[in-house]
Structure formats: structure tokens, C-alpha cells
Design a protein around this ligand. Structure first.
Ligand code: GDG
Length: 441
């Protein structure tokens, strides 16, 4: 079987004298499946040159986009329309017809590049490329096509705000198999298909225009073996972090700078915790690790300002209790913080799944606080589940997690570890591809 993956981001990073397949995330997970039979990955080329590169047996077809297309397809439709809507942030949702036209054109370009890659099984990823399954189907009706939506699928009343809502659902239904992280997102997608297209829906399927599309909940995990290795290698750096903290208990938060991640609300909760439990003021340090993201968009620039102002205020009020690092850390450094931390604060306001909590479960030393509104909450019930909007509740949960009986904590940790292993990303990939290809026989 030859796999042809379509995803916005390319699975490459530049190294001296050429390219390397990137080490983390989706790329690393799909790579083993792509190498079998000489797979292809179609992605946006941020350098704008285009062309094909072959790295370690993987062909990467790079789609060049003009700056205008990037601003409209990626900065506009994907990240100012679909992203906020999918996460339930109606007040941040914006719509422009020109963005939609650019989105259609770019989806077409990706689809054509994928079709030009020859015969194979297509696997399309995420909200940037929702129209590609149908576009591929139109040109190659017998194709085998899978689609995975990595972010939440909102309820119908929210999704209906999108003027192109029906076209997005119809685009996705070009696939044979559609995957989401949770049964709730599956139900919401089916409700949209029924209401907007008049499709027939039932247990695990949507029937539309004479075709039956399977719709499944298949939660993504992390590469647990890689995380275990990173944890082991992080021992010296974790020790140095603890030493430098001078005996304080350590908390960690790690996120892309994004309004869905609840960073402002988390810092507010932390500040309340320190105000309410004075004896912890000199006994705790929170490392908030924030990776720059979508920096050209106004909402992200405003959020950055708000976070920096808040960090300043908290640091003034409680010296030494908060360290904010705004940069992209290497994986080794990230895992050193996980390993050093007595608890993690994973408190998104809404998240399709959330991988950070899984990384902390494998790489960390204590229990995570986990938002009820992350897809991961239903798969990690032994975490300390919180409502991220409730700063007083967060303050109490921080107290609770730092005061847990060690036996209880360790039991819950083992249970969480078993759950992370069960979701391993290699299983996820094999389950999705297996279901997709199995349907062909
Ligand atoms: C989307 C959905 C879904 C973070 N800081 C650094 C760094 N990271 C890495 C983490 C983790 C990844 O970024 C973030 O993954 P999440 O799942 O938490 O969030 P999104 O980026 O929003 O991902 C999400 C996911 O897709 C998969 O389907 O779970 O719900 O929103 O791996 O470790 N990595 C490095 N330096 C950092 O400073 N190297």
C-alpha cells in the first residue's frame, strides 16, 4: 500500500546541507507507514519555492503559496474562521468571501498535487484541507480516502454560523473514513451532515449521495516509547531545574500561545492560589512555557501582550513564584521541565485532544490538572479534572494536587500511564490506516 498524506505543515526541518524528517508529532508518527511502499506527503512550502524533495525514503511534494494566499487561506479562513468556530469562540469568528475563495483554490492545489503523486491511499489531515477529500473523489471516483479532523467539532448552532458550513461537511464526506478524537465530535459532525445536507446518519456512518462514509472516534496519542526515552535523558537537566528552584515545588504549563489554551485563566488561578495559601508563596514555582504561534494574527498579538502584563504583575506581587519562557524549546528541555515538575497545569478552555497532558503523564513526576473541556479529559479520568474558567476552583485544585497522599498520587499516575500507552500514536495510525484499507477489501 502506498500512502499519500495531505497536511498543511511539511514533515521536514532544515539541517546543515539538506533536510531531515522532523522528530515530533504527526510527521514522526506517520513516517513508518509512509516509508512502506514509498509514500508521499503533500504540504505547504513556507519557503515558497515548491518542488519535490526525497528525504530518507519519503517524498515530500511542496506546494508553494503566494503571500496573499497564505494570508487568506491560512491566516484567514483556517485560523480566523474555522479555528475559533471549532473551539466555540464565536466572538473571535470572522468571515470574508475572499478568504473562502482562497481556501477553495488552495485545497484544489493540494488535491491536484496529491493526485499527480500517482496511485495510493489518501489520508487528508485537519481543518486546513476539509475540501480536499471531495476534490480528490471528483477526479478519481474509485480512490480510497481517509480524513482526520484534529480539533473539536462544535455543536450545530455554533457551526451554522459558518456561511460555507454545508460545503465544508460535503468536502469531508468525499472521504471513505472520517476520524475525530471523541464520540461527541462524531455526533456533532453527524448532526451537521443531517441538518445541512439532509444526509442519513446512524451508528458510525453518514449516508449521502448514494455513498456511505464511516465516521469514527479514534483518539490520538503520543509516541510513548519516545517520551520514555526523553524522560530518561532529561534526568541531569531536571536535576538542575530543581536545584535552581532552591527546594520550591515545581509546576509546569506548556502551550502554543493561543487563546484556546487558557493561559490567562491559568495564571489568574495560580495567582489566586498564592493569595489564598500564603505559606506556598515561597515554596512553589510555576514554569509557564509558551511557544510563539500565529504571530501575524491580531488576536494572538493581543493575547501575547495580556500574558506578558499578567506575568509582570504576578512576579511583582509574588517574587520568584513564576517563570515565563516565551520561546520554542527543544524537546529535551521540555521534557526536563516535565520531569522536574510536581504537577502540570493543562487547562485549555477547549482542545480537540491535547498532547501535553499525555507527555506529562509519561515524562513527568506528578499528576496533571486537566481541563474538562479537552478531548483528553474523557480518556484520562484519573487526572485532577478542572473547569478552567473557574479561577477559585483552579486555586483549590492546585492546592489539592500538591497536597495529595503519595500513595493515591502514584496509583493514579500508574493508571494514567496505562491509558497513555493504550492511546499510543503508532496504534492510532495503524488503527486508522487499517480501517481505511480494510474497507477496500
Ligand atoms: C492540535 C489540537 C490535538 C509545546 N511547546 C513546545 C513544544 N510543544 C509541543 C508539545 C505538544 C505539541 O506542541 C502541542 O500539542 P497539543 O495537542 O497540546 O496542541 P495543538 O498544537 O493545538 O494540536 C490538539 C493535536 O492537534 C493532535 O491531534 O491534540 O487538541 O489543537 O507535542 O510538546 N514542542 C517543542 N518546544 C516547545 O516549547 N519542541
Amino acid at each position: 500500500m502506498r500512502l499519500i498524506v495531505l497536511a498543511n505543515r511539511e514533515p521536514l526541518r532544515r539541517v546543515a546541507g539538506g533536510w531531515q524528517v522532523s522528530v515530533g508529532g504527526l510527521a514522526a508518527a506517520l513516517y513508518p507507514a509512509l516509508r512502506v511502499g514509498g509514500g508521499t506527503w503533500v504540504a505547504w512550502d513556507p519557503g515558497g519555492e515548491g518542488g519535490t524533495v526525497v528525504v530518507d525514503g519519503l517524498r515530500v511534494v511542496r506546494v508553494p503559496l503566494s503571500p496573499r494566499e497564505v494570508a487568506m487561506y491560512y491566516g484567514g479562513l483556517a485560523n480566523r474562521a474555522l479555528w475559533p468556530l471549532a473551539h466555540g469562540f464565536l466572538e473571535k469568528f470572522e468571515w470574508k468571501r475572499a478568504w473562502w475563495s482562497a481556501y477553495e483554490a488552495v485545497n484544489r492545489r493540494f488535491s491536484e498535487s496529491a493526485l499527480d503523486a500517482g496511485d495510493g491511499v489518501f489520508w487528508v489531515h485537519d481543518y486546513h484541507l476539509s475540501l480536499a477529500p471531495r476534490m480528490i473523489r471528483e477526479r478519481r471516483p474509485g480512490a480510497r480516502i481517509g480524513f482526520f479532523w484534529h480539533i473539536p467539532w462544535p455543536s450545530l448552532d455554533i457551526f451554522s454560523a459558518l456561511p460555507a458550513a454545508a460545503a465544508v461537511v460535503e468536502g469531508i464526506l468525499g472521504a471513505d473514513l472520517v476520524g475525530f478524537h471523541t464520540p461527541e465530535y462524531v455526533r456533532h459532525f453527524q448532526a451537521a451532515a443531517a441538518a445541512l445536507l439532509g444526509a442519513e446518519v446512524g451508528d458510525g456512518f453518514v449516508r449521502h449521495r448514494g455513498r456511505t462514509v464511516r465516521v469514527v472516534a479514534l483518539p490520538i496519542g503520543i509516541d510513548t516509547e519516545e517520551a520514555r526515552r526523553l524522560r530518561q535523558a532529561a534526568a541531569p537537566k531536571a536535576h538542575a531545574i530543581r536545584e535552581a528552584a532552591g527546594g520550591r515545588l515545581i509546576l509546569v504549563g506548556a502551550d502554543r500561545l493561543d487563546y484556546t489554551k487558557g493561559i490567562v485563566e491559568r495564571l489568574e488561578g495560580f495567582s489566586r492560589f498564592l493569595a489564598r495559601y500564603p505559606r506556598f508563596r515561597e515554596r512553589v514555582r510555576l514554569f509557564q512555557l509558551t511557544t510563539p504561534s500565529r504571530t501575524s494574527l491580531p488576536a494572538y498579538r493581543e493575547l501575547k501582550k495580556a500574558i506578558f502584563a499578567q506575568v509582570k504583575a504576578i512576579s511583582r506581587r509574588f517574587p520568584g513564584a513564576l517563570v515565563h519562557r516565551y520561546e520554542t524549546l527543544g524537546r529535551g528541555d521540555l521534557f526536563a521541565y516535565y520531569r522536574a515538575a510536581d504537577a502540570a497545569l493543562v487547562t485549555p478552555l477547549r482542545d480537540g485532544m491535547n498532547l501535553v497532558v499525555q507527555e506529562y503523564v509519561v515524562g513527568g513526576a506528578g499528576l496533571p490538572l486537566l481541563s474538562r473541556f479537552a478531548g483528553a479529559a474523557r480518556y484520562f479520568p484519573e487526572a485532577v479534572l478542572v473547569n478552567p474558567y473557574d479561577s477559585e476552583g483552579l486555586a483549590e485544585a492546585i492546592f489539592e494536587v500538591l497536597s495529595l497522599d503519595p500513595e493515591d498520587r502514584d496509583e493514579r499516575r500508574s493508571a494514567l500511564l496505562a491509558r497513555a500507552r493504550a492511546l499510543d500514536v503508532n496504534r492510532w495510525r495503524d488503527a486508522f490506516v487499517g480501517a481505511l484499507v480494510g474497507e477496500a477489501s
